[in-house]
Design a binder for this molecule. Structure first.
Ligand code: NDP
Ligand code: PYC
Length: 341
């Protein structure tokens, strides 16, 4: 065995390891369950920036006193089309789980509905939540702010979060169409993985304190620099939209306010999350199947162009991991085991 060889884990082993670490750290059973499921799903689907690596951040955030490890979310029936869940300072995932049944019921009743999660600590990829909604036959749109690490196009000081935007469309006899990306050029987690591996980052991801392009992850993510949005002013505008609709609109923090709340602790962001669900059956009635079939024609035409659909790589990684398990960097495995000491 070479010390740089990755460590192979079956999905059961990965699950047992993450569960043990989170329990040992002091998270309550419901949070251990929801955190583990999402962390292992990230690794399984080949999303290393939101996979087992995130266990380190969850534990650090608890040790810093920046998350309530046994918070019990409170569900409020805010309006006929709105369910609000107060995460009470816990991680967002349990709040999502508690609010989901009401979101689905309201979307089926009204045609569209919103779930607003407040006062949550957030670290996760959004596609696991998108898939829970598409499994119910609904269209999903989810977004949230994060910490102010990203400068708007044309600026050079951080103000925006990495603000992910995710969309899902339930498909006939196929896994859902899902995209889920940061509105920064790349997720912060990807830069952190480069830093851990001692690698430079590609140009276009960030700038130094003077706004000059930088490929140093230590400068862009921590050394006075800033991350960049994707697509210049277009990514900036989308990111601002997310600051607004998943911030002030739902009575929660912007990314700048989340970073101020962090006060240098380096914990996961603390803010809200906005989840929208739309019901094709309510929109279309008896015409539903006809129009879902037209969407399938569209997906076929898309792939006929030679392009691949977002999530196809992820679904392939999932199928591979279900067969073969996952492989994680040896130094990550070592750092995870240290959390059990
Ligand atoms: P990417 O830039 O890799 O974009 C991811 C999305 O784009 C996926 O849906 C991916 O599908 C799709 N995609 C990538 N390449 C292609 C391609 N060539 N053709 C078609 N589709 C493609 O990831 P990001 O770094 O922007 O984001 C990674 C994750 O980080 C997301 O899951 C996001 O939710 C999470 N995140 C979470 C934050 C939070 O606050 N909680 C903040 C920021 C990010 P596929 O997976 O199949 O490649
Ligand atoms: O990777 O940008 C990121 C991120 C922020 C919060 C969780 N993930």
């Amino acid at each position: 065995m070479n010390t740089s060889d990755p460590v192979a884990l079956s999905l059961d082993q990965a699950t047992a390891l993450v569960e043990r670490i989170l329990r040992h750290a002091g998270f309550g059973p419901a949070h251990v369950r929801t955190l583990t499921a999402t962390i292992v799903a990230g690794e399984r689907d080949g999303c290393a920036s939101h996979g087992l690596y995130r266990t380190l951040g969850c534990v650090a955030t608890l040790r810093n006193g920046k998350v309530v490890g046994d918070a019990e979310p409170i569900v409020h029936d805010q309006a006929p089309g709105i369910v609000r869940v107060d995460a009470c300072g816990g991680f967002s995932l349990l709040a999502f789980e508690r609010g989901l049944p009401s979101l689905i019921e309201k979307a089926r009743g009204n045609g569209l509905a919103a779930l607003a999660i407040n006062h949550c600590v957030h670290f996760s990829a959004l596609w696991p939540e998108v898939e829970r909604i598409t499994e119910a036959g609904l269209v999903a749109l989810i977004c949230n702010p994060s910490h102010a690490w990203v400068t708007p196009a044309g600026g050079h000081t951080p103000l925006l979060g990495t603000n992910p935007l995710a969309f899902g469309w339930p498909r006939v006899d196929a896994l859902p169409f899902v995209f889920d990306f940061a509105t920064s050029a790349v997720a912060r987690g990807e830069i952190e993985l480069h830093r851990r591996a001692g690698l430079p980052i590609p140009e276009g991801w960030g700038v130094d304190a003077e706004g000059k392009p930088s490929t140093d992850p230590n400068v862009v993510a921590g050394g006075g620099g800033a991350m960049l949005t994707f697509g210049g002013h277009k990514g900036s505008a989308l990111s601002v939209m997310i600051e607004l609709i998943a911030g002030p609109l739902i009575g929660d923090l912007t990314s700048a306010e989340s970073l101020a709340h962090d006060a240098g602790a380096g914990a996961s962001p603390y803010h809200g999350e906005l989840i929208l669900a739309l019901d094709p059956v309510r929109f279309l009635g008896a015409e539903w199947a006809t129009h879902m079939a037209r969407a399938e024609t569209f997906f076929a035409a898309y792939q006929d162009t030679g392009a691949r659909l977002p999530s196809q790589r992820r679904y392939q990684a999932r199928a591979r991991s279900l067969r073969e398990g996952v492989r994680i960097p040896r130094d990550l495995h070592r750092d995870l085991l240290k959390l059990l000491e």
